[in-house]
Design a protein around this ligand. Sequence first.
Ligand code: ZN
Length: 174
Amino acid sequence: MKRRKILQTLSVIVLLPIASLKNFSRGFANPVTPENLKPLNKPPKTWRKYLSPEAYQVLFEQQTEDANSSELNQEHREGTYICAACYLPLFQSIYKYESGSGWPSFFQSIPSHVSTQLDDSIGIIRTEYHCIRCGGHQGHVFKDGPPPTGERWCNNGLSLKFILKTEPLPLLRS
Ligand SMILES: [Zn+2]
């Protein structure tokens, strides 16, 4: 019995640093490597289990949320905006600005984390962008933004999740 207790204690001492290291890598490293920037090419329904019906409609059925409906319009803290479906970081809070459009707006996205394509669905040609990894629709980018880029990345709040700077980024979803 005594021996078992010693072994248990030893295993705690040995395993604790491993557990801490694992938590550290889960939270903070979460490496975004070229490998996990590749499109996952999964069917949209793969993501349905993670999302509210409204978020799913925006991300994978090309819907647009109502203007001024997102709490992220009022989000001014430091942190990272990640894709609501696959958790890939898409914007940093330092890129956010008040566009007055009613949707969370940024003057740039994290380079290479989104893909763009032309969208003529409402009769005018706009540039639509998607999360590079899961393909989820985020919003449209316009040329009427502020310096230094002159771009306005107009994003649906439902397509994003905000992570405070003081909190670890979640693991990417697959
Ligand atoms: Zn995504």
